[in-house]
Design a binder for this molecule. Structure first.
Ligand code: 4FL
Length: 216
């Protein structure tokens, strides 16, 4: 899967994408992530990317001409599916992440800042989908974009190990959403707390029953 990211802060993505499972997915070319610095598309002497809101009020609004120039440059030859991370968007779930990973080979993630982007970028058809990761306001769309990439990557064949992806699939199918049971590892007793006997029993049927009963 290819994911292009349009952001004022490409450096924010160093860390999540350079460690662990996502780093391996990138190294193995299962994930092709490309950054586009929105500042490069800024207008005027100061490369301005935002301006004051019509109607007044606090904060700044990201300029439509700058955003659309960037989106059009990235989409010049072929069209990615364009997602704007926004608290006004449709909520990301385990199901929507799974569907999105299966449906789209190329995404463009638009990360907003300040008070948001000029509505005409959305109304003009330059955004295919507005997506929220939850009902809270952050300082920008970068962290939501990273959450989305992580949730999507788990559904790209080869990113997870065999056992992990099979388990993931059965969860999503049977329960309609990702749920987890409690996990334990050694030692058998920690600060007076014991691992539930059934997990030490080797009875796979009973272990499965216990886990299903204790899903979060
Ligand atoms: C985006 C919050 C997606 C939740 C500020 C700018 C946001 C967000 N989901 N907050 N973008």
């Amino acid at each position: 899967m290819r994911i292009d990211i349009l952001t004022l802060f490409p450096a924010m993505f160093q860390g999540p994408l350079t460690e662990s499972i996502l780093a391996r997915a990138v190294a193995e070319k299962l994930l092709d992530i490309r950054f586009h610095d929105l500042r490069d598309f800024g207008l005027g002497k100061y490369h301005e990317v935002d301006d004051r809101p019509y109607g007044g009020g606090a904060g700044m609004v990201m300029k439509p001409d700058v955003l659309v120039a960037a989106i059009e440059k990235i989409s010049a030859k072929e069209k990615p599916y364009v997602i704007y991370l926004s608290p006004r968007g449709k909520r990301l779930t385990q199901i929507t992440a799974e569907k999105m990973a299966k449906k789209h080979e190329w995404l463009l993630l638009v990360c907003g800042h300040y008070e948001g982007i000029d509505q005409r970028v959305i109304d003009g058809g330059f955004i295919d989908e507005e997506l929220s990761i939850g009902d809270y306001v952050l300082t920008g769309g970068e962290l939501p974009a990273m959450v989305l990439i992580d949730a999507l990557a788990r559904h790209i064949p080869g990113v997870l190990g065999k056992d992990e992806s099979a388990q993931d699939e059965s969860f999503s199918k049977s329960l309609g959403r990702k749920r987890e049971y409690p996990h334990y590892t050694r030692p058998e007793e920690f600060r007076g707390m014991k691992v539930p006997d059934v997990l030490l029993s080797g009875h796979h049927k009973e272990i499965e029953k216990w886990r299903m009963k204790h899903l979060g």
